[in-house]
Design a protein around this ligand. Structure first.
Ligand SMILES: CC(C)(COP(=O)(O)OP(=O)(O)OC[C@H]1O[C@@H](n2cnc3c(N)ncnc32)[C@H](O)[C@@H]1OP(=O)(O)O)[C@@H](O)C(=O)NCCC(=O)NCCS
Length: 147
C-alpha cells in the first residue's frame, strides 16, 4: 500500500478527485455546499488551509481549516471508505491543527451532526471534547446560486 502524504490542495492535480470524494462521502444536496463552489471559494481565499491526503496520485482524504485571528475551525474532514481506520483522518486533522497552531491559533472548533457517534468517537480520540453550545447559522441568499 502507498505511503500517505498530506499536501496542500492543488486545483490542477486534485480538484476533480476531491469533488468525487465529497459527493461519495457527504452527498451534499444544498447549493451552498456544492463541492465545486466550495472549492472555488476556498481557493479564492488563498489562506493555505486546504489539504489532501494522497496515496500515490490518488486523493484519499481531505481537510479544510479556517482561521480568523480568533478561533480556528476545521471542516470537510473526509476519508475515502476504502482507506478508513488506517489513521488517515487523524493525520489530516493533526496536520490542520498544526497549520492553525503555527498561525497563533489558541482554540479549535468544529461541528458534527447530532447523533453521529462514530464521528464523535473519532474527534474524541484526537482530544476534542463536546462543549454545550447551540450552533446557529444563517444563509446569505445573494451569494448562493440558484439550483
Ligand atoms: C470520520 C473519518 C474522517 C475518520 O477517518 P479514518 O481515517 O477512518 O480515521 P482514523 O483511522 O484516523 O481513526 C482514528 C480513531 O478514531 C476513532 N474512529 C474512527 N472511525 C470510527 C468509527 N467509525 N467508529 C468509532 N470510532 C472511530 C477510533 O478511535 C480510531 O482509532 P482505531 O482505528 O485505532 O480504533 C471517516 O470515517 C469519514 O470520512 N467519515 C465520513 C465523513 C465525516 O463524517 N467526516 C466528519 C465530519 S466533519
Amino acid at each position: 500500500m502507498d505511503k500517505i502524504i498530506i499536501t496542500p490542495f492543488s486545483e490542477i492535480a486534485h480538484r476533480e478527485q476531491v469533488i468525487a470524494l465529497w459527493h461519495a462521502v457527504f452527498g451534499y444536496e444544498a447549493a451552498h455546499n456544492r463541492p465545486a463552489l466550495v472549492i472555488g471559494k476556498k481557493v479564492a481565499a488563498a489562506d493555505g488551509l486546504f489539504f489532501v491526503a494522497l496515496a500515490g496520485a490518488e486523493v484519499v482524504g481531505t481537510v479544510m481549516a479556517g482561521y480568523d485571528g480568533h478561533r480556528g475551525w476545521i471542516y470537510s474532514v473526509a476519508v475515502s471508505p476504502a482507506h478508513r481506520r488506517r489513521g488517515i483522518g487523524s493525520q489530516l486533522v493533526r496536520f490542520a491543527e498544526r497549520a492553525l497552531a503555527d498561525r497563533g491559533c489558541m482554540k479549535l472548533n468544529l461541528q458534527i451532526m447530532e447523533g453521529n457517534e462514530s464521528v464523535a468517537a473519532f474527534y474524541a480520540a484526537l482530544g476534542f471534547t463536546v462543549e454545550q453550545r447551540v450552533s446557529m447559522g444563517k444563509r446569505l441568499p445573494e451569494n448562493i446560486p440558484a439550483a
